[in-house]
Ligand binder design. Structure first.
Ligand code: NAP
Length: 252
């Protein structure tokens, strides 16, 4: 028997689905048959545009505002998915921010904002999702980490710590919930062509790309395809893994 890369009859929540990588994942999942909750925080128009695109193509989607760094709002996001589409089979913890600065100059508020948005959100949403998935004895959780969490990056102590934390979280939770047929994996993208890279100067980006054996930035769609692979039935025996999609930057 060969597996298809289909997500028919699945319900997915994509945090930060309004822009960049999350947007590409929402579109990819919907194209493969999943009903998708497109979570956003500050970009309602962008989220509605993703929903409209999916619906016009005959798919199912709904937008939901939640600041996923807030425990209660994360809970309400998962509840919305179950109430609207009757299930939650796939959670993608994708929402993320950067606040780059050398540690000597980094304000405490930038440390807290990055850790809360990138890492605490992963706990918040996973906790709510696992409650539902445990009962159903099936589920997929995909955490959007980064090469920065594997290799470290100067000027990104906060971001690297949040992404390294997501990787460790992935492994611990994978062991906790494997008995209930729930898989938990991480994707570690390298430099991917989204607005998050706007914070880097062109010179820094050019220097950074010299570290990429494939010699280019990744496309959001390439990360989205990886997420679809991890979410599909054929990936049921993969858990606790970190899949690098980085042009060969971090060969672990
Ligand atoms: P992006 O284009 O800046 O998009 C970030 C997304 O996160 C937006 O949809 C944003 O939604 C959402 N978001 C931010 N704070 C949020 C919050 N508190 N609650 C809910 N949603 C929130 O960034 P991206 O490049 O697509 O990054 C997506 C993920 O990939 C991040 O976790 C990032 O760390 C990771 N990553 C990216 C790269 C890269 O090179 N692009 C590399 C490695 C890892 P609103 O606009 O609605 O607030």
């Amino acid at each position: 028997m060969s597996f298809k890369l289909s997500l028919e009859n699945k319900v997915a929540v994509v945090t930060g689905g309004s822009r960049g990588i999350g947007r590409a994942i929402a579109l990819e999942f919907a194209e493969r048959g999943a009903a998708v909750v497109v979570n956003y925080n500050s970009s309602p128009d962008a989220a509605e545009e993703v929903v409209k695109k999916i619906q016009e193509a005959g798919g199912k989607a709904a937008a939901f505002k939640a600041d996923v760094s807030d425990f209660k709002q994360a809970e309400s996001l998962v509840k919305f998915a179950v109430d609207t589409f009757g299930d939650l089979s796939i959670l993608v913890n994708n929402a993320g921010i950067t606040r780059d600065q050398l540690i000597m100059m980094m304000p405490e508020t930038d440390w807290d904002a990055v850790i809360n948005t990138n890492l605490k959100s992963t706990f918040n949403c996973s906790k709510a999702a696992v409650k539902h998935m445990m009962r159903k004895r099936t589920g997929r959780i995909i955490n959007m980490a980064s090469v920065a969490g594997q290799m470290g990056n100067p000027g990104q102590t906060n971001y690297s710590a949040s992404k390294g934390g997501q990787i460790a979280f992935t492994k611990a939770l994978a062991r906790e919930v494997a008995g209930r047929n729930i898989t938990v994996n991480a994707i570690a993208p390298g430099f991917v062509d989204t607005e998050i890279l706007d914070a880097m100067s062109p010179e820094t980006l050019e220097a950074a790309l010299k570290l990429v054996p494939l010699g280019r930035k990744g496309k959001p769609e390439e990360i989205a395809f990886t997420a679809a692979f991890l979410a599909a039935d054929g990936a049921a025996y993969i858990t606790g893994q970190v899949l690098g999609v980085d042009g060969g930057m971090a060969m672990m």
